[in-house]
Design a protein around this ligand. Sequence first.
Ligand code: GDP
Length: 333
Amino acid sequence: MFIPTVPTPDEILDKSFRRAKKAADKVRTSKVPRYQMAKKTEEARIKTACQVTKDTLNNLLDKTPQVEQMHMFYQDYIDVMVGVDELKKSLGALNWAVGIISKIENEYVFKVRRSKSENAANVRRAAFGRIASVMRQIKDELDFLDFVKGKLRNMPTIDFEAFTLVIAGFPNVGKSTLLRQITPAEPKVANYPFTTHGIQIGHFEKRWKKYQIIDTPGLLDRPIRDMNNIELRAMVALEHLADVILYIFDASETSGYPLDAQMRLYEEIKHVFDTPIISVFNKMDLVENNKYLDEYISKLNEPLMISASEGSGVDLIIEELEEFNGGKKGNKD
Ligand code: GDP
């Protein structure tokens, strides 16, 4: 999400008052009758200061995308990262400030016009005081928007047209190896809450259809019951993206996770996500089919056997995805 540079209240005031002074200088060199000069210059200063302040705030408001018009995934993402309500409240405060500055402008332009020449400067000073006070009142909101800008830098770029596969499974089971096997280019990395290396997004095309593969190291690779509420929300936001979840088992257990624990995580993910799951047994190059492994394989509905590092079986995954994609009705959401 692009948020323009967020100025501080002092920066806004400096700019507004500097421009106001320039506007006054212009009036001074124009052909205004002497007896009107003081009032005209102060009026120009008030008007310009208010205008520049409003323009600066309006620019921030116009260029900040409207969260409620964004895809549900981004709405959840922004909510987890910074809080949608907080963001709306801050933008609301800026809107409020624009309204108040307009009122100040009208009120003080009126006052200066009716004032005596020798009082015009005092009226303008009072107006500037009011503007400064309004800016001080929105300091926290401007600070917050600056924080939002930093937090939402490098948001994931999602292709909502592509058929999307989200990879899950314990650490070291071969998720990133598989992602790299399937996608020709280096995956793109973006910020994602509670991921250790950010969200990794790879793309590939098959029969003119676009596919997107997402790995979230640190998020879909540990027991869900250990997660706090906000971690859960970061995880559940992925449901807006996933057409299919690819759950990877490490058949060899060389990752250090026994198949029993891997099966429990599979069940948890199945329980949380309302998304079809393709289950895959990886690292088959390291194991012979044995009774112990067969027991787990038989619990699942036609799991695929692969070796991600050797690239064997990867075509089976792609075939299965194509089948899912053929039956896909439009986008999720
Ligand atoms: P991730 O943490 O799930 O992304 O796991 P990685 O893709 O980083 O893989 C962890 C380790 O397992 C790496 O050393 C890989 O080379 C290795 N690995 C991944 N897939 C296979 C496989 O099919 N066979 C073998 N023998 N090793 C694999």
